[in-house]
Design a protein. Structure first.
Length: 69
């Protein structure tokens, strides 16, 4: 199965993708080893919002943010 795909049934079959392909590509490109406590504390509000192209862009492309995830 492809990442971020919702599946169901026996045997399991793809139902739909959880996110758009753009969001999936960005999530797969993240270096999760660079996510530290400061990043989490700084972006806690954004991390609890639904994930879409706009919200992931705000989270990862924030001007002045030194994190390159």
């Amino acid at each position: 199965m492809e990442p971020y795909t919702i599946v169901g049934g026996v045997p399991a079959k793809p139902i739909k993708k959880r996110f758009s392909q753009d969001v999936i590509d960005r999530l797969l490109a993240l270096d999760y080893s660079k996510v530290d406590r400061r990043f989490m504390e700084t972006h806690i509000e954004q991390l609890y919002r639904p994930l879409d192209e706009r919200s992931i862009g705000e989270l990862l492309d924030e001007p002045g943010d030194r994190h390159e995830l």
